[in-house]
Design a protein around this ligand. Structure first.
Ligand code: ADP
Ligand code: MG
Length: 689
């Protein structure tokens, strides 16, 4: 059997320079190389006569060389090789730039197959930089060629060659990685054929068969690994909170009645909290569905059971707002809450840290500042992270480590489709608030172009005159360098420009002000305070208000250049209005020259208010990678699976995994030996990360 872990340097055609280039692509071993899957394929099977060639197409021709091969040196670094070829229908010029060596491989009078891009201008037909084969060979033409993802300084030909050589090394030597019973039960092709076919498919059918098998393996491995992680966390001893502490003590003191969904979710959380097993729960609920109060009630339970709670929010604005809401409800019930931000003054910070350590402070709300090393709890029992999509797994782990197996509640408005959530967060339980508080009116959404500007402005006036307030969100000014400092400037610049426009040109009689990311914390707080108190009519901002801000009197959300925002983001922004009893509106201004996809987004926003529908659509429009920002959020990345295309497969694989796990927990049976290996590898990789 071949050793797949051997260094790529042992593959034919891979010298020291190529080793370095392959390493750049994350390819170190033979296995890495053969599982470096093509991004797409180029079909070089289609062949045409010269007279049929169309400008711009990529195609194969079969033609005889009928002229000398002329070499011209244009400049020091530029050579042009030209020759004429013909078939029985016409002539074509072949040109190679900077490929002098071709001269030795092409002979006048011989016939070859050429593949390349055609230009046909005024009946002058030309192919530039084609690849070719002698008749009877099919190295470069007449087949489907793989195209690999970004290869930096490595040419497609070089990587193809390396993979081809690697595949011939494993020929007949490769050990199957899936157990036989799965192969036959799910009609999967064995590994070796699949690997060969995924790189160099002999037909579309074969490629699909290969892909199916490889995707199955990848998803199954992930799924089994997640089940295993979940199984382990279940064994750990955590906190069993006091059964005599009743959540209803808070619920009955609220200024509103909880929705059925909130009550159901709280019951799930209550159950988790009372059992000694550490809670690990994802709370999903659309914007405005009332997640904060759920966190608050859970915190109450923890505190009255003798523990402390930490609430971590992604922005200072949000944390500040949470503190206010928590204080309003919990302080009358004798719970001491405090706020810790990056900007908290040294003296105050020292006091807070002291009271945290001696247990006086029972609920600590804050930003990333909570993760700081010297933040020590006396007895941390519950960790809540709000708007989880802003935090990485690592940050979650860091705050959890401040307690002794505390219960964890992760809240998110990012509407991950349920199936996907179950699969991606396989190590979490999920609660969903699928209902908005009563009397919420549907936010009416309109997408408008510049032509409508005057009407929009009148509409804003009308709303302000009725006592409402307005958000205006503008995108960052587009700047090339993504240096931090530049970003700060453009954040400021964009907001200043828009604020000026709104205040001076359009609404001189109203109070316009702005808030932006890099503003000093104190200023931000002041502005938010003024907006809450109704001292500002129109608040211009960048997306700093995206998450969580709650000002029920604001009823109009204007998004400038909305074509530059993603769907999930637009939905979040829209969620800032419609929080009170007033009919609310979201106006998406867009550039009439925007892309088709951007138009599609506008359309979806107008059609639905349902975050889950929007998420599904977003997946369709963008694919998962971008939507979740997998890299940032520590979600699994795949070599071949694509969570959008492969959703049906994902569902069936999930049930396969559950069945296997149920039958053979820990994968100890002999028939699952191979799965055990796959999962061990996977777990090792994720630990290495
Ligand atoms: P999100 O889920 O987006 O974090 P919030 O927790 O900020 O939503 O709640 C949005 C608003 O709805 C807040 O003003 C909150 O007080 C209010 N709210 C929450 N639950 C209810 C309810 N059951 N009935 C009425 N209002 C509620
Ligand atoms: Mg919230």
């Amino acid at each position: 059997m071949i050793d797949l872990k051997q260094n790529v340097q042992y593959v034919k055609s891979v010298g020291p320079t190529k080793v370095a280039l392959l390493n750049n692509l994350g390819i170190y071993t033979l296995e890495d190389l053969i599982t470096y899957f093509p991004r797409e394929y180029e079909d070089r099977r289609k062949q045409k006569k010269i007279s049929e060639l169309i400008d711009g197409e990529e195609i194969t021709i079969e033609a005889r060389v009928v002229s000398e091969i002329n070499l011209n040196r244009i400049r020091k670094n530029m050579t042009i090789l030209k020759t004429i070829v013909e078939d029985d229908t016409g002539r074509c010029t072949i040109t190679w730039f900077n490929q002098v060596y071709m001269k030795q491989h092409i002979k006048r009078g011989e016939t070859y197959k050429f593949f390349g891009k055609v230009t046909n201008k005024y009946n002058h037909i030309e192919m530039v930089n084609p690849v070719f084969d002698e008749i009877g060979k099919s190295k470069n033409t007449g087949k489907v060629m793989p195209i690999y993802p970004s290869t930096y300084n490595l040419s497609q030909t070089a990587i193809r060659q390396a993979i081809e050589n690697a595949l011939s090394m494993i020929d007949g030597e490769l050990q199957e990685t899936l157990p036989n019973y799965l192969l036959s039960e799910y009609n999967l092709q064995e590994l070796e054929t699949s690997l060969k076919q995924i790189h160099f498919p002999t037909s579309e059918e074969n490629r699909l068969k290969a892909r199916k098998r490889l995707v199955f393996e990848e998803l199954l491995t992930m799924q089994l690994a997640l089940l295993e992680i979940k199984g382990q966390t279940e064994i750990e001893e955590g906190i069993g909170f006091d059964k005599n502490v009743k959540m209803s003590d808070v619920i009955n003191n609220l200024p509103f009645r909880l929705t059925k969904a909130q009550l159901r979710v709280l019951e799930e959380i209550d159950n988790d909290m009372e059992t000694a097993k550490p809670m690990n729960r994802l709370l999903q609920g659309d914007v405005g569905s009332g997640k904060t109060v759920v966190a608050m009630i859970a915190a109450y339970k923890a505190v009255k059971s003798g523990y402390q709670a930490a609430i971590m929010a992604p922005t200072a604005i949000l944390a500040t707002q949470h503190l206010e809401e928590f204080k309003k409800i919990l302080e009358p019930l004798g719970v001491k809450c405090a706020l810790l931000l990056g900007s908290t003054k040294i003296k105050e910070r020292r006091e807070i840290l002291e009271q945290l350590e001696n247990g006086t402070i029972q609920v600590l709300i804050g930003t990333h500042a909570l993760l700081t090393e010297n933040v020590t709890f006396q007895k941390l029992g519950l960790v809540v992270t709000d708007e989880q999509h802003r935090f990485g797994v690592r940050q979650r782990t860091a705050i959890v480590a401040k307690g002794n197996n505390p219960d964890v509640l992760v809240m998110t408005a990012t509407p991950i489709p349920r199936t996907l959530a179950l699969i991606l967060y396989g190590d979490l339980d999920i609660s969903i608030i699928d209902e908005l508080p009563p009397n919420r009116k549907k936010i009416e959404t309109y997408a408008v172009t510049k032509r409508m500007e005057e009407r929009v402005n009148n509409f804003i006036r009308k709303n302000i005159d009725e006592g409402r307030q307005v958000y205006v969100v503008c995108p960052l000014v587009e700047e090339k360098e993504d240096v931090d400092i530049e970003e700060q400037k453009s954040d400021l610049k964009a907001v200043k420009e828009w604020t000026e426009k709104y205040q001076k040109e359009i609404f001189p009689n109203y109070k316009v002000n702005c808030i932006y990311g890099k503003m000093k914390q104190k200023e931000k707080d002041e502005i938010m305070e003024q907006f809450k108190n109704g001292d500002i009519d129109i608040l211009v901002s960048t997306t700093v208000i995206e998450v969580g801000v709650n000002v029920p009197n604001a009823s109009v959300m204007i998004v400038e250049n909305s074509e530059r925002f993603g769907l999930a983001q637009l939905h979040q922004l829209r969620g800032r209005v419609g929080r009170g009893n007033y009919q609310s509106y979201c106006i998406l201004k867009y550039d009439s020259h925007c892309s088709q996809v951007a138009r599609e987004r506008m359309k979806i926003m107008q059609e639905t208010n349902d975050g889950f529908v929007i998420a599904e659509k977003d997946l369709e429009l963008r694919g998962t990678g971008e939507f979740f920002g997998t890299k940032q959020h520590g979600l699994p990345e795949f070599k071949i699976a694509n969570l959008f295309i492969d959703m049906p497969m994902l569902k069936s694989v999930q049930s396969v995994a559950l069945k296997i796990e149920e039958e053979d927990r820990g994968l100890k049976q002999e028939k699952n030996e191979k799965l055990r290996k796959l999962v061990d590898n996977k777990l090792q990789q994720s630990i290495a990360l």
